[in-house]
Design a binder for this molecule. Structure first.
Ligand code: ATP
Length: 238
């Protein structure tokens, strides 16, 4: 079996030395689309922040392509090929769509290469092409979310981490978002996403982890989790 692109081992992490994540272990294989699902406050964002270097482990470690990145700074982790799109549409609201995207490729200096990436991305996000000169804050919520993801892809990450992309979107837009994430994964980008929308996330994921109060309480293929009695009762309202 191939080696995991990302391996989190017995991770403890939190804020001001106080853990909110207790012994989380998970792995992502190259090419996979993996979902971490759980309720509000379960620890999804904290886990993502720690993988991307914005928080640091109190205990345990994080391996990316075999390298221990636990003590690396966020910019070093980005350079290695992990792109983190946080929740809350962090885009440059006063800049154009095109400018936002170009800034996402800030590790790349060749204008030709940046243009090539832009063109590729516009195939996945045609709406951004229609709006390339528009100021980002005038986009709809869903379009801003798409822009945040597209910007995260401009650095050509090996692993794209998406935090609650469905937050605040209307149902039809959530569906579109999930289709877009599937399309990104099919182009070969490995994806790790966290979601409170458990059903929607597991419908597109290959595998998933259920996190509760800072611990992984269930893991399996997306199908297994969707069929699991515990998951259905706790998260799918069945
Ligand atoms: P949400 O969907 O609401 O973002 P989550 O599953 O992502 O939830 P986290 O944001 O990781 O959960 O929060 C996990 C725990 O850590 C919660 O108990 C939360 O109160 C706590 N926490 C989050 N951010 C901080 C912070 N900056 N300082 C202290 N505690 C925090």
């Amino acid at each position: 079996m191939a080696d995991a692109i990302l391996r989190v081992n017995d991770l403890y992490t939190g804020y001001d030395g106080i853990p909110v994540i207790f012994g989380v272990s998970l792995e992502v294989m190259p090419g996979e689309l993996v979902a971490i699902v759980g309720a509000n406050g379960a620890g999804k964002t904290t886990t993502m922040r720690t993988i991307s270097g914005l928080n640091h482990p109190l205990k345990g470690n994080i391996l990316f392509e075999g390298t221990d990145i636990s003590k690396f700074a966020a910019h070093e982790i980005l350079k290695l090929g992990i792109s983190y799109v946080p929740e809350g549409r962090r885009i440059f609201s006063k800049l154009s769509v095109e400018k936002n995207l170009s800034l996402g490729a800030y590790t790349e200096h060749s204008k030709t290469e940046i243009r090539r990436r832009l063109e590729e991305l516009l195939e996945i996000f045609p709406v951004l092409g229609d709006r390339s000169k528009q100021i980002a804050e005038t986009l709809s919520g869903g379009e801003q979310q798409m822009l945040a993801i597209a910007r995260g892809l401009m650095s050509r990450p090996k692993l794209l981490m998406l935090d609650e992309m469905s937050l605040g979107l209307m149902p039809s837009m959530v569906e579109k978002m999930m289709d877009t994430i599937t399309a990104i994964n099919r182009t070969g980008t490995t994806v790790l996403l966290v979601e409170q929308m458990v059903q929607e996330a597991l419908e597109i994921a290959h595998r998933g982890y259920v996190i509760q109060s800072g611990k992984i309480v269930q893991a399996g293929t997306a199908r297994e989790l969707l069929d699991s009695e515990e998951v259905r009762k706790a998260y799918l309202g069945m």
